[in-house]
Design a protein around this ligand. Structure first.
Ligand SMILES: [Zn+2]
Length: 304
């Protein structure tokens, strides 16, 4: 059997692509659920006559396991809407295996990147959103999709459920230090944009990975990234060899362990996080997407 391959080119990836993990579903309210494959996490909604799914998980096997878990939780209803939280394949790569006829909603920049990428299994969105805030009404359900500016990936949108007091924001803030790789975080304005969510009323935070959290966990996650940004700048002043893992790990651990060593994963990930963030200051960011006006990226070059 040949699976949709995303961007893999080797047949050896098939085993990884077809694996269907056990999914954990947790109810958040009468209509809202969160689901995890043990690493990535997302949400789905029971609408009046259908299911609204955020994301797809990161392989065809995971997309199938997601679909089975949703239809077991909400029997008799089909997934008719998929909302992409951002463009990355590990979260949104396999709508073709989840619900190929569903309407796909995504941010404008996310849609342009997906169109250019042409990854196998990643369907292009049919409904494109723009702006910072979109109030949605889909099949009897109301919620708000937010894009405060470039935070992670391309066209990252978060969801705010006012009545349930829930915020969902994929691959951004975590209440731990377990995501040190951070290849596609837009550091320049990341914490400022994420902190803007604290002006909204919500109590439960649903991240794109690992465990659920709350406002205190979200705030500490913001403080942590901000502290890494501060101390990686100090590393220049103290002439730490910023391109080498061990000296950076030692320097940042020493500076931050007092305040943040209690964060799960701190010891194993802080060196990697520091290497990533310090290069933001060395180079100025990855490109246009790390500027405050990310909308200029691709705006005139890719038609939807
Ligand atoms: Zn991502």
């Amino acid at each position: 059997m040949s699976e949709n391959r995303g961007t893999f080119s080797r047949d050896s990836a098939q085993q990884y692509l077809s694996h269907e993990p056990e999914m954990q579903v947790t109810a958040l309210s009468e209509r809202l659920w969160t689901i995890s494959d043990g690493n990535c996490r997302t949400m789905f909604i029971e609408a009046d006559n259908s299911i609204i799914a955020f994301d797809t998980f990161g392989t065809p096997g995971r997309a199938r396991a997601y679909l089975k878990a949703m239809t077991a939780t909400v029997p008799g209803k089909d997934v008719k809407t998929i909302i992409y939280s951002h463009d990355h394949l590990d979260h949104c790569g396999f709508a073709a295996d989840l619900a190929p006829r569903a309407e796909i909603i995504a941010d404008d920049i996310c849609a342009r990147v997906i169109k250019l990428r042409q990854a196998e299994g990643q369907l292009t969105p049919g409904r494109i959103l723009s702006g910072n805030k979109n109030d949605m009404q889909i099949d009897g359900v109301e919620f708000t999709l937010l894009n405060p500016g470039p935070t992670h990936g391309s066209g990252n949108i978060s969801a705010w459920f006012v009545k349930e007091k829930i915020l969902f924001s994929s691959d951004t803030i975590l209440a731990n230090a377990r995501y040190g790789f951070m290849p596609d975080y837009h550091i320049a304005n990341f914490v400022k944009f994420m902190r803007s969510f604290l002006e909204l009323e919500w109590e439960t935070f649903v991240p794109g990975r690992f465990a659920l959290s709350d406002r205190a966990g979200f705030k500490k996650g913001c403080d942590f990234i901000e502290a890494v940004q501060l101390e990686t700048q100090n590393a220049f002043a103290e002439f730490v060899p910023i391109w080498a893992f061990e000296p950076m790990q030692a320097y940042i651990s020493n500076k931050l362990s007092k305040k943040f060593a209690d964060l799960d994963g701190f010891e194993e990930h802080i060196g990697q996080t520091a290497i990533r963030v310090v290069h933001h200051y060395l180079m100025g960011g990855w490109g246009l997407e790390d500027t405050p006006e990310a909308a200029v990226m691709l705006a005139d070059t890719v038609d939807l």
